[in-house]
Design a protein around this ligand. Sequence first.
Ligand SMILES: NC(=O)c1ccc[n+]([C@@H]2O[C@H](COP(=O)([O-])OP(=O)(O)OC[C@H]3O[C@@H](n4cnc5c(N)ncnc54)[C@H](OP(=O)(O)O)[C@@H]3O)[C@@H](O)[C@H]2O)c1
Length: 377
Amino acid sequence: MTGRHTGGPGGALLRDRFAFGPLEDGEALVEPILGSWEANMDHALTRSPIDVCSSRGEDSVVLGNLGVVRVLAVNGGGPGVRAREGDLCLLMPFGRLDRFGYAELAYAYDCPGTIGLLAERSKMDARLLLPLPDGTPYSLSQWAAYGRYFTAWDNWQKAYGCWRTQVPDSDPADHLVFGWGGGVAFAELMLAKRAGFRVAMTAGSDERVAFLREHGITPVDRRRYPDLSLPGRRERADRDRQQRRRTSVRAFLGLVDELSDGHGVALFVDNIGEPLYDVTLTALAREGVVTTCGWKAGMRLSHLRGAESIARHLHVNTHVWRLPDSPGIRDFMEADGWMAPKGSDVVYDFDQVPELADDYAAGRIGSYFPTYRVNPL
Ligand SMILES: NC(=O)c1ccc[n+]([C@@H]2O[C@H](COP(=O)([O-])OP(=O)(O)OC[C@H]3O[C@@H](n4cnc5c(N)ncnc54)[C@H](OP(=O)(O)O)[C@@H]3O)[C@@H](O)[C@H]2O)c1
């Protein structure tokens, strides 16, 4: 499928034939099996915050940078190539790397000339293919959620490391890690729980509230705080709306107090951004860390530097992970069972991808791990 603008997110997808040249040295021909639907695809379809077609200088783009593929052929080898013909692999979404191996441009997003997984066949740099562990007990559906897990792993390492620079000896059991909703936050809180922290997270549906509880995370039903988001520009003069917001904020902060023995949140996983940012900072404990890799609802933020400094708040911003860390993260997932829970995904057929795009954008998907099937296993 190629993206071409016709209105809403799903409508921007077009099913078409896509030609690519012969395999060059170090490239692999693959058959995508299961792709993961991610916020970056939504950003691409809505052309916000960037228009990936114009930033790549291309009329259409094959999206899909996270998923499981079957390798049909590899041309050549060389350092960093692990995939062999017949392997099932995870695509690492790296376009251009900086000198330390972090992503500057994302594969099948803003990196020109990269072809994603929304195609029955695709070709890519073989160094981006990470084979699944031999004989893994986990299903392809569970592995297909790896993008949110790999991102969460990297973000958590940095956030926890920063927190420990200021709070070296305290027992995590006395501290609260809180997350605004989403699949990355869920994965990250499962790491925080393993590290011994108290964990709580917001969710917007009965299904998600039950899911969080089932996995040992204290669910916070955000429908109980209906006016928590900062009013939009047009509502700002509405005193009633401001008053309702104060009520929601007060109730939310009261809950944070209860969960943290009055100290506030030690590490706040915030991938939402702008409309909740003031609440995030108010809820943060002294020496707290606000950590992010996303800006689902707005990325332009401001804060009072003096207040943040005096409270010794650390702000952690990360993006994707470091390519050379990929095998280690995969092995940790396999060994520790830190994985999307069995049956927690939802799968759309290839023909239903535009519907998936619309359902995701409208918040109609109960699962944190929406996927699309391109080819049978
Ligand atoms: N930089 C990276 O490497 C990287 C990688 C992956 C993701 N991300 C970014 O991280 C962000 C989150 O990704 P994700 O995959 O975790 O998201 P996600 O699973 O798609 O969902 C985000 C969830 O946030 C909640 N939400 C949305 N708007 C909200 C609001 N105004 N207030 C409170 N909650 C709200 C909703 O859950 P409920 O309705 O259940 O509350 C929504 O399902 C995205 O911006 C994405 O681009 C970045």
